[in-house]
Design a protein around this ligand. Structure first.
Ligand code: 5AD
Length: 338
């Protein structure tokens, strides 16, 4: 036990001296009791940098129409089993107003990759939502530099676009419609335009190794991300990967903790995918480096159609009540909701 602890301690010190993918991969694979030192360090870092605050952010999933074919995603265009929807501008604005009224200060406008929302159309939506006094984060996939620029000028200040996996070969197998390099070009473009940029990746993808996850973590730093969403892969029915094994909640939480240790100031959500596979582990993510929760405020009739992966209990009463419940949960974990 003693020897194990000091072994983890040494690894932790080495990481602080100079990070490498070999060290990160070793840490990811430590026996459970040895990893506890990393959780403690992640929590300490989080409390030092962020205090006890957990930021609540609202997500409006405004379209599930997708032009891409990502092999893990239930919204892929080849999936004919789901009913597709697009929210109109007025509906998006009404939903955003209700979320702002309930206390949300940041609204994430997220959709599948849907070019039906032209640059101008989406710019109008961004303007309508920023006029409520909220920060607008966009998460609508790969678009042209010009479109990114138009939305920035319309008032969007943040952009989420996960790199999904840092392994170019694995990326290719999973994404018939694009390459890792194209994804990274978008992320660099967004950064150049002055967006605060969020990337992220999935843990437990078929064919992924601890070294891949280590490289995923390092890539977040290379990209200069302000945010990162790290979630487990959840097999989704009606996709080519429906029978693949899902990602482990524990490994996801480890990747989160290591990311917090390496990048103390980064915004790191306790992801929805994590809460779907292991609600109790998601709760403990706040003691392992997470400082953000994203809560869907998508109207009920659409929410059940935004099936990236199966999620139980997608129904809601209303946005304000839902928010109060999340706030209570966060307080019960000795954190302060913002
Ligand atoms: N499991 C977990 N996360 C998924 N995503 C898509 N499909 C899945 C899945 N099956 C995530 C990806 C993508 C975001 C829209 O959802 O990270 O960026």
């Amino acid at each position: 036990m003693k020897r194990n602890e000091s072994c983890a301690g040494e690894l932790l010190n080495e990481l602080k001296d100079g990070v490498s993918s070999v060290l990160l991969a070793q840490a990811l694979m430590l026996p459970e009791e040895e990893f506890l030192a990393f959780y403690a360090a992640a929590n300490e870092t989080c409390l030092r940098e962020k205090g006890k605050y957990v930021h609540l952010r609202a997500i409006i999933e405004f379209s599930n129409c997708c032009r891409r074919q990502c092999r893990y995603c239930g919204l892929r265009s080849e999936n004919r089993r789901i009913e597709r929807y697009r929210m109109r501008e007025s509906e998006i604005a009404e939903t955003a107003a209700e979320a702002a009224e309930a206390g949300y200060k940041t609204i994430i406008l997220q959709s599948a990759e849907d070019p039906w929302y032209t640059a101008d159309k989406l710019a109008e939506i961004v303007e309508a939502v920023t006029s409520l006094g909220t920060i607008v984060t966009l998460s609508v996939g790969e678009r042209s530099p010009e479109e990114y620029r138009v939305w920035k000028e319309a008032g969007a200040t943040r952009y989420l676009l996960k790199h999904e996996t840092a392994d170019p070969g694995l990326y290719r197998t999973l994404h018939p419609c694009g390459t890792l390099e194209e994804r990274l070009d978008c992320l660099r473009e967004l950064r150049g335009l002055g967006y605060e940029v969020g990337s992220g990746f999935m843990v437990g993808l078929p064919g992924q190794t601890p070294e891949t996850i280590a490289n995923d973590i390092l890539l977040l730093g290379d990209l200069g991300c302000e945010m990162a969403g790290i979630g487990p892969f959840v097999p989704s029915p009606d996709t080519p990967l429906k029978d693949a094994a899902g990602g482990s909640a524990e490994l996801t939480k480890r990747a989160l903790a290591l990311t917090r240790i390496l990048y103390p100031g980064m915004a790191l959500p306790a992801t929805t995918a994590l809460s779907v596979i292991a609600p109790e582990i998601r709760d403990t993510a706040f003691g392992a480096g997470a400082d953000v929760v994203m809560k869907t405020v998508t109207p009920n009739r659409y929410r059940k159609l935004y099936t990236i992966y199966p999620a139980p209990g997608v129904g809601t009463t209303n946005i304000a009540d839902d928010r109060r419940k999340v706030e209570e949960k966060i307080r019960s974990l000795d954190r302060i909701p913002l």
